[in-house]
Design a protein around this ligand. Structure first.
Ligand SMILES: C[S@@+](CC[C@H](N)C(=O)[O-])C[C@H]1O[C@@H](n2cnc3c(N)ncnc32)[C@H](O)[C@@H]1O
Length: 483
């Protein structure tokens, strides 16, 4: 790929709601940071400092302790440093972290270039301070001087990093000075994610497609809606487009989802276009008894109920089932909810059809969750694939003879998809693959693989503009229980 098009940077810049005080602070102060005494005397009062401190702490939690970012940045149960922030600082922290993780390799190389020798292990926290600042300097609409100044003050505020504050100043000023020349060259490389992840993508998809997927991971995903009816009307209302799959796609929302027209009336729900495919693979489910075995938060349950099925929605997580309940109530789409383990669940009667949208590594959602490659490891994929195999075997026992079973997940890894299905079929002679046919699901034909399953990646669905292109990575296979 040539130099990274400007849209990537511009889009990130638009994404950040600037903290006005931070900007003013940055413009009016000399970029020297505050002394330790000044910081200790009133650190929380320095505009923007607490946000940078929280961002560095959360970055450490993600890359060092492999803690998923969603939990850390939850408004009710997230990290205390995050919850202590004002709402707009929380948005800023989220934007900094998403950027720092999306471009982690690029940022690491630009930082390393400016260091005479690697940072000592004792100063490991310093790398997080530098990454948080570099993410702002390179990609966000925050004045360089503000980012540098706050990083210097931040370094001084921590006894482990205080003596490196001069180095922080020098490194970050250098990055700011050279970014116009250095950044495009670095962006030509696509090694922002850990090596294990890149290697597995290349092994699964070949070097070219793997690179296209990695490029797509740098772009924040658009927002897709599944609408109950009249997609054209909602596309018009939201300023979006209707995709070939029938989903409505919006590049960016001006307001929160709950403020959009039709939310309270339950006219639509947010669901990636790829995630809308598996439930539809069950075909005409009107009047059929259908089990949705890993159901929460309920996007696929809603599709099945809307299609006229009598749905039993099962999930092992009480909290997530509660969310599913709230979602279905808003959508006015009733289902029977069961809190339980799909490995052990024994229905009173076999189902006409079963959907298993299994828990997985989520490597298909890196555009939305750039922490995933940093919080997961190959061992997790192996463990999750094992769990999915057991769940699939259990799901197969719940389908009546002649009934359909769909297995899906949002992983890009064949160990959780193609390979798992091949092994499952070999071990279950009473189950046959029911290959997905062209025309089965509108708009899905381009994603039907030669093995009869559906495979999507973020590099698919090229709509001409990267910011409205792509799909979550999904795998879906359909089976028949033989009579
Ligand atoms: C990928 S999510 C499902 C998303 C959902 N199908 C949708 O479309 O909104 C996986 C779900 O599986 C649930 N889960 C994990 N292990 C389970 C088990 N053994 N039995 C039932 N549910 C399980 C999780 O709580 C999680 O809600």
């Amino acid at each position: 790929m040539g130099p990274q098009p400007d849209w990537a940077t511009q889009r990130l810049q638009r994404a950040v709601v600037l903290n006005e005080e931070t900007t003013r602070h940055g413009r009016s102060r000399p970029a020297r940071g505050l002394s330790r005494a000044e910081v200790e005397g009133g650190g929380e009062k320095i505009p923007g400092l607490a946000a940078r401190q929280a961002a560095a702490k959360l970055l450490a939690a993600v890359v060092d302790a492999h803690t998923p970012l969603d939990g850390l940045t939850d408004h009710d149960h997230g990290h205390p440093n995050f919850r202590a922030l004002e709402m707009r600082d929380r948005s800023l922290v989220r934007a900094i972290l998403a950027t720092a993780l999306r471009y982690r390799g690029t940022i690491a190389r630009l930082v390393a270039r400016r260091l005479e020798r690697p940072l000592p292990p004792k100063a490991h926290q310093l790398s997080h301070v530098l990454h948080v600042a570099a993410a702002q300097i390179l990609f966000l609409d925050i004045p360089d001087s503000a980012a540098v100044d706050l990083a210097v003050t931040h370094a001084k505020s921590d006894p482990r990093t205080a003596r490196f504050s001069g180095l922080v100043n020098g490194v970050l000023r250098g990055i700011a000075r050279d970014k116009a020349d250095a950044l495009p060259t670095e962006l030509d490389r696509h090694d922002d994610t850990p090596e294990w992840f890149r290697d597995r993508l290349a092994a699964a998809y070949g070097a070219g497609k793997a690179q296209a997927i990695l490029a797509a991971h740098r772009v924040e995903a658009p927002i897709d809606f599944t609408v109950k009816s009249d997609p054209e009307r909602w596309a018009l209302a939201f300023g979006g487009i209707v995709l070939p799959t029938g989903s409505v796609r919006v590049e960016r929302l001006a307001a929160g989802v709950a403020e959009l027209p039709g939310f309270a009336e339950g006219e639509w729900w947010v669901q990636d276009a790829a995630a809308s495919l598996p439930a539809r693979l069950l075909g005409d489910v009107a009047g059929r008894r259908v089990a949705d075995l890993c159901a929460a938060p309920g996007g696929k349950t809603a599709q099945l109920v809307l299609a006229g099925a009598e749905v039993t929605a099962l999930d092992s997580s009480r909290n997530r089932l509660k969310r599913l309940d709230e979602n279905l109530q808003r959508l006015q789409l009733p289902a029977t909810l069961v809190e339980g383990d799909a490995l052990k669940y024994e229905p009173d009667a076999l189902f006409d059809a079963v959907l298993l949208d299994a828990p997985c590594s989520s490597t298909g959602t890196v555009r939305r969750h750039p922490d995933v490659p940093w919080t997961k490891a190959p061992e997790d994929i192996a463990k999750l694939a094992d769990l999915q195999s057991r769940l699939l075997a259990s799901a197969a026992r719940m389908v009546r003879p002649g009934g359909r079973l769909v297995f899906s997940n949002c992983s890009l890894d064949p160990a959780e998809g193609e390979l798992l299905v091949a092994a499952f079929l070999a071990e279950h002679p009473h189950i046959a693959l029911d290959p997905i046919q062209p025309g089965d699901v509108p708009g899905a034909d381009p994603f039907i693989a030669s093995n009869g399953a559906i495979r999507t990646t973020p590099a698919d669905l090229d709509l001409g503009r990267p910011e409205i292109s792509g799909l979550d990575g999904f795998f879906a296979a359909r089976f028949l229980r033989l009579p």
